[in-house]
Design a protein around this ligand. Sequence first.
Ligand code: ATP
Ligand code: MG
Length: 286
Amino acid sequence: MSIQIENLSYKYGQPAGEKVEALQDISCAIAAGDFVGIMGHTGCGKTTLIQLLAGLRAPTSGRIYINGEDINAKGYDRNRLRQTVGVMFQNPEYQLFATTVEKDVAFGLKYSGLRGQEVTARVRWALETMGFDFEKVRNQSPLALSGGEKRRVAIAGVIATRPQILIFDEPIAGLDPYSRENFLQFVTQMNQAGTTIIMVSHNMEALAEYTQHLLVLEKGRLIDAGPTREVFIRLKQRKDGAFGQTAAQKIVTLLAERELKLPPAVVTYGDLLAALKHELTGGGRG
Ligand SMILES: Nc1ncnc2c1ncn2[C@@H]1O[C@H](COP(=O)(O)OP(=O)(O)OP(=O)(O)O)[C@@H](O)[C@H]1O
Ligand SMILES: [Mg+2]
């Protein structure tokens, strides 16, 4: 399921009549099976872009093609879009509304054509995938769960339809390190099984470690895109330091001030350990 974005713009109307240009002339492509990160400062348009990809807003101008089809064309099947693109929005734990966990997770399957036992089997799979004991949790009220559990139920609801494209808006913000790692491992597994992943995050470490490509938004514009490592190397070179650096990049800078020069391609902890090992065992000289 590839995505093609062409000259995409979106303006929000304001009560006073002026417009907020949330997205301006964005063009890029996301290949099927990719794991793409989206980063950028608060208000740069990340959530707006996701809402457009999910078909929840129509572009002011420009087009979005999913598998070659314009999702805003007349006659495009919205149900198929719902089946194809699964989205978890920011703070999904506030969006649980059904009386039981099972009903909540099953809600998204309404349009799937699945019935009865098939729905139950799919809900069981989604909840078990998210680490729940299905029989224990199915009749509980979502309101009786902890914040982290609610979020896992929300994710179960998104994956239950087995969408080919999974989009997460800030999925790891507010998670403890263990849950964060679990979530990222889970997403990696989904990706390895063929699902295209798009993840919005402010967490540079997670983006550096897990994504293959990175899109960088600044005030509604796409200012960089490419393989994750290359984008981080370019962002570090920015004079204004607007996007910061990964922890490993910061350590490289500190070491350079102390005359230990490591390659600029060091972006993740793994890179850093490998480069230090190379340097300290004498591999860096001669
Ligand atoms: N419903 C709305 N009506 C009017 N303006 C909006 C609306 N939603 C967002 N905006 C504006 O559009 C711009 C982009 O907002 P968006 O929510 O896409 O940013 P974001 O990158 O997701 O930010 P964050 O990192 O805080 O989640 C901002 O200037 C915001 O104020
Ligand atoms: Mg947002």
